[in-house]
Write a protein that binds this ligand. Sequence first.
Ligand SMILES: Cc1cc2nc3c(=O)[nH]c(=O)nc-3n(C[C@H](O)[C@H](O)[C@H](O)COP(=O)(O)OP(=O)(O)OC[C@H]3O[C@@H](n4cnc5c(N)ncnc54)[C@H](O)[C@@H]3O)c2cc1C
Ligand SMILES: Cc1cc2nc3c(=O)[nH]c(=O)nc-3n(C[C@H](O)[C@H](O)[C@H](O)COP(=O)(O)O)c2cc1C
Ligand code: SF4
Ligand code: SF4
Ligand code: FES
Length: 1020
Amino acid sequence: MIRSHVLVCGGAGCLSSGCHAVQETLASELKKHGLDSEVQMIVTGCMGPCDLGPVILIHPDGTFYQRVTALDVPALVEEHFVKGRPYKKLLPKDEVGDNVFNTVRDFAFLAKQTKIILENCGLIDAENIDEYIARDGYAALGKVLTEMTPEQVIAEIKASGLRGRGGAGFPTGVKWELMRRSPDAPKYIICNADEGDPGAFMNRAVLEGDPHRVMEGMAIGAYAMGANRGFIYIRAEYPLAIKRLQIAIDQAYKNGLLGNNLFEKGFNFGLELRIGAGAFVCGEETALMRSIEGRRGQPQPRPPFPAQRGLWGKPSNINNVETWAAVPVIIRNGAGWYNKIGTEKTKGTKVFALAGKIKNTGLAEVPFGTPLRDIIFEIGGGVPDGKQFKAVQTGGPSGGVIPGQHLDTPVEYETLQKLGSIMGSGGMVVMDEDSCMVGVARFFLEFCCDESCGKCPPCRVGTKQMLNLLDKISHGYGTLADLDKLEQLCTIVRDASLCGLGQTAPNPVLTTLRYFRHEYEQHIREHRCVAGECTALQLSPCENTCPLNMNIPGFLQLLKEGRLDDAFEQVVMDNPLPSTTGRICQHPCEIRCRRAGMDASVNMRETHRYIGDVAYQSHVAKKVLKRILKRKKHATGRKVAVIGAGPSGLSAAFYLALLGHKVTVYESAPDAGGMLRYALPQYRLPKNVVAKEISFIRSVGVQFKFNAVLGKTLKLDKLAHDNDAVFLAIGTWEETALGIPGEDAEGLYTSLEFLSAIAHDKKPRLGEKVAVIGGGNSAIDAARSAMRMGADVTIVYRRSREAMPAIPDETEQALEEGAHLITMVAPVRVVIGKGGQVTGLEVAKTVPGKFDSRGRRTPVVTKETRIIPCDMVIKAIGERPDSQITKALGLETTQWKTIKVDPWTLQTSNPKVYAGGDYTSGSANVATAMCSGKKAAKTIDRALTGQDRFEELWPKFEYDWTVPPSGQGGGRNPARLLPVEKRKGTWIDVSPTFTEWQAKAECLRCLRCDIKTGTDGKSR
Ligand SMILES: Cc1cc2nc3c(=O)[nH]c(=O)nc-3n(C[C@H](O)[C@H](O)[C@H](O)COP(=O)(O)OP(=O)(O)OC[C@H]3O[C@@H](n4cnc5c(N)ncnc54)[C@H](O)[C@@H]3O)c2cc1C
Ligand SMILES: Cc1cc2nc3c(=O)[nH]c(=O)nc-3n(C[C@H](O)[C@H](O)[C@H](O)COP(=O)(O)O)c2cc1C
Ligand code: SF4
Ligand code: SF4
Ligand code: FES
């Protein structure tokens, strides 16, 4: 008596990950335990989540095991079948990795699908016709042959609303009717199983997992259309599908389900396989038919359509695998059942192949109309490694990319077309922030260009020309005129090509231009590929990711060679605040460091901090200053006013002064530094560090005027009149409101008020218990400062800890120092006691809601509340630009009421006035703010002098240009940190500078990615 079935996936994906060995060990282990008579193993087709393979599904309990190896099997059998409990190690886990899914019903990837086409895949043994018959297989064929006329069958398919799944979505019933009406004979029917889209494998999965389903559909179609011979055209790269199809065909002949006089109704139908060599164009129906005829696979003009003149000049009907597979279920359950699934225009389900930067790669079947967001995030699990979703490419190589703002689009033929993409055969390639859209367009276009059959010039020549232009752009030689040419070529190729290949090949280019034009422009105008894919445009991955484009391998090499002064000169020219950023930068430079692939990324931040700190403590800074001043440009006689002495204004002022302009920085505070001086706490960023760096900037000729307030003592019109250019960098000093009762209670702080009071040496009033609301750097700084003032601190944040925007090490240190952290709660009320005093903060539990366009789950506030007792609340939920000042400036603003600037020049609607830093971007970070200051200096100088002189400020150093031996320098040196006991109560720098030995070890660890074959890296 069988008590349980173990379904072992035998699809191509699982085969390649080793399911054979799993099957063999499972069989022997079951036997060893005497279980082989009660537990039956069945090898099935693909279950869907191929990335997790080899996979096993156990019935009836529904336990699903992933990544099973032969070594795991003995323990799995022992636990699951002998001891009767799940073998936890191999159960799928949820996003955060804490909870396991005990049954397949909890595993969203499978549970949220609607399996109609794939209903037998992963369930039955594809090589056993009895299993198909046991699942009502061939019942539909029996029904049509015994109960229905061909016309009734066609009417049923028409009524079902079935549309072809090969890409165009043509109504299947209509196509069948045209063929039936065609007077000539004999007639042929064809299954298009060419599936040439890279990354698509839904047809293969159906043929490997449920081949009879397709054959039954074809037999029904043959009967309806009056054909007696059919072909399945399948590519040679699908050996398993070919094998299983051949077995299925042989079994069907043997069982009287193919051949003559089927169901003794006088209907004859024979089916043969035809193997294709794998050319993409052979998936096009007319090319495919020529290929079956043994000729070169090239498309033919239509009309005549295949239904009139197809294979060997006879009426033929061609449908996709999925289209045929839908037929038996429609006949069995009725058109009325089927056409309730899907949308008004498109009925039924569609199988998608999820690939690219997505957690769950594999097959997903969903009703038409399902939003892209649900497919990618709910089923696909979203983007892995905490990266942001950028776009999804649908429809294979000639599909288009769809950005985050369209994630709510319900998927069907027309909606995708509207967005510039296509359904194609159902490929979905997800891209994250590391994907360059020029590169994406180039990749897919290259595929179509290579696969063009060459018959028609628009496709053959046009795609090649387009590819040349994309190459030019990705190498940094493109011009804005090239974008116009590219668009023109797209239109010509689309409109003039003979077949679908050429007609759709421009889609990736057109959609990337439509949604990501700024990326093309960035490649052209700034010679920059932010995603880091176009290697010709970058010195090294780290340099490319650093917002300041610091020549990181350069300064590491100079320090390695013992040339501290040269290293400092390189560093300070790239980044005029190296010691400051070396302490507080979020160090995005490390994300793509190639050394991470070996052990851990190079600690670049601490190394340039070391260079800065040592240079300022010695004679080096002065020596380098003299060298820099030698390169300073002669006075231009032009005057520039910089408003705001934060990192953005300081950077702009530094370069503008070196370019020979007379620069005055106007600042409302009594000292320079902006948030670095008046928000960031001492223990993390000592004031003397900021002061030394500002003094260096002053030494290149920058003048400061303090206590000068724009909107009060300063008027923009006057500044613009008295100067040749004005750069506005006044930051974001207005705290965002929470919108909850009690937030305006007397004595409550915003983090900026609290931190800047400390920075001004005013002692802010603080209770014993403090609740800090927020999860960013500002919240953590407020919390750690409050603790240093003796308070017991609880930080409350509405998302998970992983989603906190604060630098993770800072959060970690805050917790070590004694802060309490409550995540997944949102504040709903500040509780005020009878005397008007704060007595608590009421928070409500949040649960992860829908994914937003960046791929983060939006927190949904529940009714479950609690009160956190406290006598002080600090709000740290984000800062924004001062709305009153912005309004008064009279400059054009954006829909978010921020100053509108040209993204390439930072010019505002007043051509003399430029703006940047947090003031235009919203609260960001120090390196990004400095980057815009640097950019403003470059564009202001160009506007004032009509020349490109910026790069001339840099020194050109000679240094060793040989690739270092791999793996030098040992493991990564983390930032130094005082032990928690020493750190807790102190305001002095809690993180000492690297030792010389540590800094040099990091230099040794660098792999020198700037060294590329054929370059000497000297020209930047
Ligand atoms: C608590 C806190 C912690 C942070 N931690 C980090 C971190 O760890 N890492 C990181 O990279 N970033 C961090 N940041 C963000 C970083 O400090 C800012 O992104 C950066 O300072 C922005 O630079 P900015 O020059 O654009 O603006 P600001 O630094 O805000 O400078 C603007 C300047 O303009 C002046 N100003 C404002 N209004 C006027 C006016 N009307 N007239 C004249 N002058 C005016 C201000 O006084 C100020 O000096 C933190 C921010 C805060 C608040
Ligand atoms: C270049 C090109 C490649 C194609 N590749 C396939 C394919 O691999 N599979 C497929 O079913 N249809 C493919 N098609 C579409 C077919 O020409 C045809 O429309 C389809 O097989 C009809 O079946 P349907 O009505 O069931 O969709 C391709 C079309 C073009 C232009
Ligand atoms: S190994 Fe060196 S050059 Fe390469 S990314 Fe890392 S720090 Fe940069
Ligand atoms: S400024 Fe920031 S991103 Fe650039 S090298 Fe330094 S730590 Fe890295
Ligand atoms: S091949 Fe096993 S899940 Fe797809």
